[in-house]
Design a protein around this ligand. Structure first.
Ligand code: NAD
Ligand code: TYD
Length: 348
């Protein structure tokens, strides 16, 4: 297998690259633009492996993408490159339209050109999100048949890319797979997202911002469980199908922040007092989705995947990883992170 992974220097992409280098002998090329969210440090441990190649490239650069398809003769693609943060999408939506929509179309078209209608043993695997389904009320779950109802520029751009993937399948016969995953957490997570942001802020003695009432619900999945699911879907998923991936771990944001505070109190106590003293309610995110929850029975029934971590085991590993990696933390804190925190929706 000659596998292209896009966005392999990001949070999930780097975990996928590391996982597949460890579990397979596939040739893997990682194409990443190295935006603020992409970091070569995330893959330092696998640099130099003979079956791993890195190319700095932008997926919206059609000529460069076509040239890389010629150079590497990819047979399979796992497409993760994206602008991924909802708050940034509210402030700069066009970057999301460009990378997530145009970038995906350019990759799909590159497959058509490179594979010249011979799709035997070829696959385009698109990594999408549960956010394309919109927001749930107090009950119910997202299934693969839930109608699309994206509500942020981020989720709308991901929904648009999902539709392009489906269209290339129906129109050109391109073999595709799509997965919709819930909120991931774990090592190497850029500290603009809730869990790593709260860890960094707490360790710096700074406010822990809770948007609105903090009772919004997300369904959390440890990133390595997502990697195991991606490997399973890549190898056994039925082309043309979609699979929802979730952790059966619904938590309100306030619970998440309190759990992180309690773990830090245990592992790195602050003489100034419990970390929960830093919790600060701030203005809500515009259009904030209230609840996400994944029904992950299809992937369990058809492909035999289930998460291995509970939230309790996964969040403990995550907090410990941040405490054990002050260099990585210092590196990201010195760059884009510094410019970002505090720009959210202000005090309430
Ligand atoms: P991330 O922001 O951490 O990483 C994105 C990566 O894509 C970075 O390395 C960045 O440099 C790269 N990239 C961005 N624009 C690019 C471009 N134009 N060309 C080439 N590379 C580019 O994101 P993540 O959290 O790792 O998410 C990865 C994928 O998984 C995304 O498609 C996202 O929509 C999806 N997803 C994420 C979650 C989550 O909880 N993080 C959940 C479900 C789905
Ligand atoms: P986030 O990690 O940005 O992921 P997503 O918006 O894709 O679900 O946010 C997770 C939840 O936490 C979401 O409901 C917004 C909320 N949140 C806060 O309350 N405070 C924060 O500082 C951040 C970044 C998020």
């Amino acid at each position: 297998m000659k596998l292209l992974i896009t966005g392999g220097c990001g949070f999930i992409g780097s975990a996928v690259v590391r996982h597949l280098i460890a579990t397979t002998d596939w040739q893997i090329a990682n194409i990443d633009k190295l935006t603020y969210a992409g970091n070569l440090e995330n893959l330092k441990d696998i640099e130099g492996k003979p079956n791993y190649h890195f190319e700095k490239a932008d997926i919206t650069d059609e000529a460069r993408i076509d040239q890389l398809f010629l150079q590497y003769s990819f047979s399979h693609i796992i497409h993760l490159a994206a602008e991924s943060h909802v708050d940034r999408s509210i402030m700069d939506p066009m970057a999301f339209v460009k990378t997530n929509v145009l970038g995906t179309a350019i990759l799909l078209n590159a497959c058509i050109k490179a594979w010249s209608d011979n799709f035997k043993d070829k696959l385009f695997y698109h990594v999408s999100t549960d956010e394309v389904y919109g927001s749930l009320g107090e009950t119910g779950f997202f299934t693969e048949d839930t109608p699309y109802d994206p509500r942020s520029p981020y989720s709308a751009s991901k929904a648009a890319s999902d539709h392009l993937v489906r269209a290339w399948h129906h129109t050109y016969g391109l073999p595709v797979l799509t997965t919709h995953c819930s909120n991931n957490y774990g090592p190497f997570h850029f500290p603009e997202k809730l869990i790593p942001l709260v860890i960094h802020q707490a360790l710096s003695g700074k406010p822990l911002p809770i948007y609105g009432d903090g009772m919004q619900i997300r369904d959390w999945l440890y990133v390595r469980d997502h990697c195991r699911a991606i490997e399973r879907v890549l190898q056994a998923g039925e082309p043309g199908q979609a699979y929802n991936i979730g952790g059966w771990n619904e938590k309100a944001n306030l619970d998440i922040v309190q759990t992180v505070c309690a773990l830090l109190d245990e592992l790195r106590p602050d003489p100034a007092g419990p970390y929960r003293r830093l919790i600060t309610y701030v203005t809500d995110r515009p259009g904030h989705d209230r609840r996400y929850a994944i029904d992950a029975r299809k992937i369990e029934r058809e492909l035999g995947w289930r998460p291995a971590e509970t939230f309790e085991t996964g969040i403990r590993k995550t907090v410990q990883w941040y405490l054990d990696h002050p260099d990585w933390v210092a590196d990201v804190q010195s760059g884009a992170y510094k410019d970002w925190v505090g720009q959210n929706y202000g005090a309430r």
